[in-house]
Design a protein around this ligand. Sequence first.
Ligand SMILES: [Zn+2]
Length: 227
Amino acid sequence: MKIPVLLYHRINNKGINEKYNLSLYRFKDQINSLLKQKSAYRHIITFDDGFSCFYHHAFPILKGKDLEIILFLITEKIGDRGFLTWNQVSELNRCGISIQSHTKNHFFLPRLSKSELIRELQDSKRTIEDRLSKEVKYLSLPYGGKSSLILETARQVGYVKVFTSDIRFAKLEAFEIPRINIPGYISEDKFIKIIQVDCSVLFPYRACQLLKNLIKLIIGYKRVSKF
Ligand SMILES: [Zn+2]
C-alpha cells in the first residue's frame, strides 16, 4: 500500500505562503482535513530542519492529535537563533513526536567524501540518541541530495530508513521513503487529492523534478547546491 508522507519546513503566523513557508491558518485547515481522512487513509507528517516555529506554531495544533509526526533535526543548529532548543526537543519527544536526524550540518551530501559522510550521518544520530536516550532510526536528506554512496553509508551507520524529497507516494516497507513537499501556496483541492493518494495530482511536480534532475545531469552536481 502506498501512503503520502508529507514534508513541511516553516509554519508562520504572518500569513506568508511560499515554497517552504506555510501560514498557520492554512496549516490548521490541512490538519483538520487530515483528521477527517484518517479513518480511510494513513499519513505521515514530517518536518525538516527543526525551526523554532515548529514548537511555537505547529506543535500547539498537533499536540494530543492522533497523527504520526516525525521531526528531523540538524544537530549543530539546535539552540541557534530560529531553531529549537534541546529543552523544547525533549518536551516534543515526551509528547510523542518522533525525533530523527537531518544530519549534523545540513551540507549537500553528494559533495562529501565517504569519511565526511560518516561524520555527518553518525554524529547527528549519536547526539540525538545521547540527549534523548532513544534510538534514532531515520535520516532525512538535506536538499534531497541523494546517491548510492549516501544510501549505503546511511545503512552502515545504522539508519533503518532514509527520507528523501522525491515526489512520490511511499511504500513504508522500503528503505527509501519519498515525500511530498507541501508548499504554502498549495490549493486545498490539491492537498485533499494528495492525502487521498490521487496519483494524478503529482504529475506536474514529478515532471518538474525530472527536468531539474536532467539539468543537474547536464551541468553536474557540483554547480547545483540547492533545488
Ligand atoms: Zn533541510
